[in-house]
Design a protein around this ligand. Structure first.
Ligand code: DAH
Length: 341
């Protein structure tokens, strides 16, 4: 029996040490140490032994069991380590490889100019307010003294949202004037930036969606001189002290008198080119003294109060500010263009 035990010990140790898989180790444990294993089989024959032999063989059998148990544990640890090393080797990370560069974005030129403009107006004591882009025709037209039948209400020019023409995408930010005057008593001093929509063909200076900044001042004793002074300060702050602007008489239904304000063309400095369509000047905004009908329609006493209003084209303002010669560039989102600002 001693010999049997020694043989088991020898062959078991050999096979355990050469096992490559955890599963193999487990079947070896069953094969040698399990209930039906080789060692147990030997121990079952202990009864045949003499009283003197029994403790000696018993001790030996225990020693073999311990040794094999230990050998299996050791081999199992070795296999685990090897597996971990193989995994680490396979997943090696080269920390010296340059990383994927994270490109930092920045504001769109339109947002930059809008923010500059807002800052200038805030500096002059204006409040920033917002108005709805989906608007009632009543606010967009009627209450701005633009009755039914007025050419500005043409179905060809306006995106109506209902068959009866009562709801539309606002064609101008001017309806914000009415919203503000309904909610606030004078003195009023607001600007309202936002999107407006018209059925315009896309070209170098037109887009069916564009931005305006509406301005409205209502107080006692407001005159055209206040309008002129405000716009001159605004343009000089935005474009620099030497910037030339001109006021031209014009007509808007909701102002009387009305004017348009142009800035000298940045492309040709007034000589006339494609950008200014040969004019030398670029139209920047419409303005005027708020029509008494508009004020009275909002319950403002025209014996006490008067006001001026203006509507600036933000795309044109941006083009002038950054010398961009084609409006389409602003909306195409070409990174080669946008990353210049
Ligand atoms: N809403 C006009 C437009 O889109 C621009 C405008 C003109 C706004 C005169 C005004 C104004 O507030 O007083 O053409």
């Amino acid at each position: 029996m001693r010999k049997q035990l020694e043989e088991i010990q020898k062959s078991a140790l050999e096979t355990i040490r050469s096992a490559n898989l955890a599963a193999d180790l487990e079947s070896l444990r069953v094969k040698y140490l399990g209930k039906k294993g080789a060692l147990t089989a030997v121990l079952k024959q202990m009864g045949k032994l003499s009283a003197e032999e029994r403790p000696v063989i018993g001790q030996l059998a225990n020693a073999v069991r311990e040794e094999l148990t230990e050998a299996i544990a050791r081999q199992s640890k070795l296999l685990e380590q090897a597996a971990m090393e193989a995994k680490l080797a396979a997943e090696v990370v080269d920390v010296t490889i340059p990383g994927t560069p994270v490109t930092v974005g920045h504001r769109h030129p339109m947002s930059l100019v809008l923010e500059e403009a807002e800052d200038i107006f805030i500096g002059m004591g204006f409040q920033i307010v917002e108005g709805p882009e989906v608007e009632l025709a009543d606010y967009n037209f009627t209450r701005l003294n633009t009755p039914e039948g007025h050419p500005a209400r043409d179905w060809q020019d306006t995106f109506y949202l209902t068959e009866d023409g009562s709801v539309l995408l606002r064609t101008q930010t001017s309806p914000v004037q009415v919203h503000v005057m309904e909610q606030q008593k004078p003195p009023i001093r607001i600007v309202s930036p936002g999107r407006v929509y018209r059925k315009d063909e896309v070209d170098a200076t037109h887009s069916p969606m564009f931005h305006q900044i509406e301005g409205l001042v209502v107080d006692k004793g407001i005159t055209m001189a206040d309008l002129k002074g405000t716009l001159e300060v605004f343009v000089q702050r935005l474009y620099g002290a030497g910037t030339k602007i001109r006021f031209r008489p014009h007509h808007f239904p909701f102002t009387e008198p009305s004017c348009e304000v142009d800035v000298q063309c940045f492309e040709c400095q007034g000589a006339g080119c494609r950008v200014c369509k040969g004019e030398g000047w670029i139209e920047l905004l419409g303005a005027g003294m708020v029509h008494p009908k508009v004020l009275e329609g909002c319950g403002i006493d025209t014996d006490l109060y008067s006001g001026f209003a203006f509507g600036i084209g933000v795309e044109r303002m941006t083009m002038r500010r950054f010398s961009i010669s084609d409006l389409r560039l602003i909306f195409e989102n070409d990174m080669r263009f946008l990353s210049q600002f």
